[in-house]
Design a protein around this ligand. Sequence first.
Ligand code: PLP
Ligand code: COI
Length: 359
Amino acid sequence: MPSSPLQTTTESHNHSLKNGERYAEGINWDDLGFGLIPIDYMYTMKCSDRENFTQGQLSPFGKIELCPSAGILNYAQGLYEGLKAIRTEDGRILLFRTKENALRMKMGADRLCMPSPSVEQFVEAVMQTVQANKRWVPPPGKGSLYVRPLLMASGCNLGLGPGKEYTFVIYASPVGNYIKGRAALNLFVEHVYHRAAPGGTGGVKSVTNYSPVYQPLTQARAKGFSDILFLDSETGKNIEEIAAANIFILKGNVLSTPTLKLGTILPGITRKSIIDIARDFGYQVEESVIPVEDLLEADEAFCTGTAVIVNSVGSVTYQDKRVEYKTGEGSLCQKLYETLTGIQTGRLEDKNGWTLEVN
Ligand code: PLP
Ligand code: COI
């Protein structure tokens, strides 16, 4: 049985970092999963509905207190973001496209009638959080510090309507792979439940988009599938996205991913990066409406996201049809994974200025 990440320390990584700093002790860096490990500090910034966010602060990691009638608890007026801080071989710490997370939070905040931190405030808050928790950023190659910004209506409001007080919180946790062993996914194409509808909130990172997925996901897992792929709710004919990741399919030299135009799919930052990298490799990349038949005829399929990175899809099952795809060595998925993680870890040149060093 794998040991808990909190039980043992891998001696080889328990050495000093720059300036005599040390990694956090008591962590088995070789066995990080994707679960919360409480770390030193979190970041909090508050504002009322009539003002902008101003001064945030770090405090020891701990619980947050909320009024039972808080907008987040009663009406789910809230958003979350996810990004990673990664340690390079030479001991630096890099963030990836953090401004994009800030912009996406702003978009979501507009949709949910919330004030949001400015892009500069968001980036500065992430920097401060990572900087204060440096010793929890895993050694190179062992994982990352997953950073989770939250924006929520934290004040009391009983009647239905936008809250009067808002809280922006950032917490973080060292993580390893989201999908154990980065195993190829065995997807179930969900044809009964839907994730998002045009005019809804599928295109923003609203907290309301996640728990409704639990029921179909639990049912699919009970049948041995690893995840579900949603179809569009208008026609039920076109693929949209996985519960927490975007999807791509490859046929010949054409790499396709579902269009964001209907507003039902989260504009993934990994998705956007993979589109650019694949175009650089010479693939024709299309953002289009993708009928489920095209998925069934593809050569390869993979999903993208901050947590999953770029993960191959080994098979999909649609009603009574199951198809398998190329995975592993020689796949485009593997090549894209190597390139993306190469940039994120500082191993490859960052020609686009996507990374930001935390000092
Ligand atoms: N789609 C959904 C529903 C998600 O929750 C995520 C994760 O953030 C993604 C796609 C991938 O987005 P990103 O690449 O920005 O992490
Ligand atoms: C991410 O990839 O960062 C997400 O937000 C997905 C989450 C379910 C871990």
